[in-house]
Design a protein around this ligand. Structure first.
Ligand code: ZN
Ligand code: ZN
Ligand code: ZN
Length: 335
């Protein structure tokens, strides 16, 4: 993109800056230009966006509410059914074992539900309202690299994106997540990551506990160890089938919870890994999709520490050795 300044050459192309309203004379015709006064970027493409239909907005709202309800129901089911199916086994070992696991369950349930609520109901981060449109009011460089959002009809900061589901511009937008019914942006990205971590840890715990309880409640005439040691596949399958049929409701719930949590954990662990990779690289999912690699800055662990707001000491400890190594490298080059 070429930076153009106000010139006094009358035969050049005349354009109007949306940011400050100044009429600019450009040295060459360019549909996309940057104002030399306020720094706003004018792109005629940004002006011709059709507003979303009511049906489209309604469909997205219904879809988000449906996914949020399904997720909340699933989390409540796992907590209640897990407690009902596992705890008779845990309390049968001894009372302290039961109290210990009840405390862990309460902590994990509370952290999953609270981080979900924070990620879901907290605003993802909307840009501040800024004065624009007339020359004396808009100061020099006050709209540096701002573009115009045709949906919101107001200035859009450099790292912001418009979300058509939330119908607002979101700062540092990562993506719109239908499962939390909200955008993941500057203000709730941390809560979203904590929610993913909490779900991965909770699912691992549920898988461990349900497997342990299932082993204890498995019908004694069909020992799992006997199934494992069985050589013929046909025998193993028929053994499992008869064992499942003779299981109680509690046993079926245990098996269902274990398999459901394994599937959820695989999906969420992959999403968490992908998110951490983007944070490490200093970009968001939207930047990745749009190929705005210059927006993110330098990749490195400092991005992860900054994201989690780690104490200054940890930040320094991580950066000093890498900076010292860089300095040593450059001094050896000079020698
Ligand atoms: Zn301007
Ligand atoms: Zn917008
Ligand atoms: Zn959104």
């Amino acid at each position: 993109m070429q930076e153009n300044h106000v010139t006094a050459i009358s035969e050049e192309h005349e354009q109007t800056c949306w940011g400050c309203g100044l009429r600019l004379l450009l040295v060459s015709y360019s549909p996309v230009f940057k104002c030399g006064w306020c720094g706003a970027i004018t792109n005629p493409q940004n002006r011709i966006r059709k507003p979303d239909s009511t049906c489209f907005s309604l469909w997205r709202r219904i879809r988000d509410r449906f996914f949020v309800s399904v997720l909340l129901l699933f989390m409540s089911f796992v907590i209640c059914a897990g407690f009902w199916a596992v705890y008779p086994v845990v309390f049968s070992i001894n009372y302290f074992c039961g109290v210990f696991h009840s405390t862990i369950t309460a902590i994990l349930s509370l952290s999953s539900l609270s981080t979900f609520c924070l990620a879901s109901f907290k605003s993802a981060g909307t840009p501040l309202n800024i004065t624009w449109g007339s020359y004396p009011v808009v100061g020099k460089d006050s709209l540096e690299n701002f573009t115009f959002c045709a949906y919101c009809e107001k200035p859009k900061p450099p790292r912001a994106h418009h979300c058509r589901s939330c119908r607002i511009c979101v700062l540092d937008m990562d993506h719109h997540c239908p499962f939390i019914g909200n955008c993941v942006g500057a203000a709730n990205h941390q809560y979203f990551i904590f929610f993913l971590i909490s779900i991965v840890v909770s699912c691992s715990y549920v898988i461990g506990m349900t497997s342990y309880a299932a082993f204890h409640t498995w019908p004694s005439n069909h020992e799992p160890s006997a199934l494992v040691t069985s050589l013929l596949l046909k025998q193993i399958l028929s053994g499992i089938a008869t064992s499942v049929l003779s299981l109680s409701a509690r046993g079926i719930i245990l098996i269902y919870l274990a398999f459901a949590c394994i599937s959820v954990e695989i999906g969420i662990a992959f999403l968490l890994w992908q998110q951490l990779c983007y944070i490490y690289e200093g970009k968001t999912y939207v930047n990745h999709i749009k190929g705005d690699y210059n927006m993110g800055g330098e990749r490195g662990c400092q991005n992860i520490l900054r994201f989690f707001s780690c104490p200054y000491l940890a930040y320094r400890m991580l950066l000093i050795p890498s900076n010292a190594a860089k300095m040593q490298e450059s001094s050896s080059k000079i020698l």
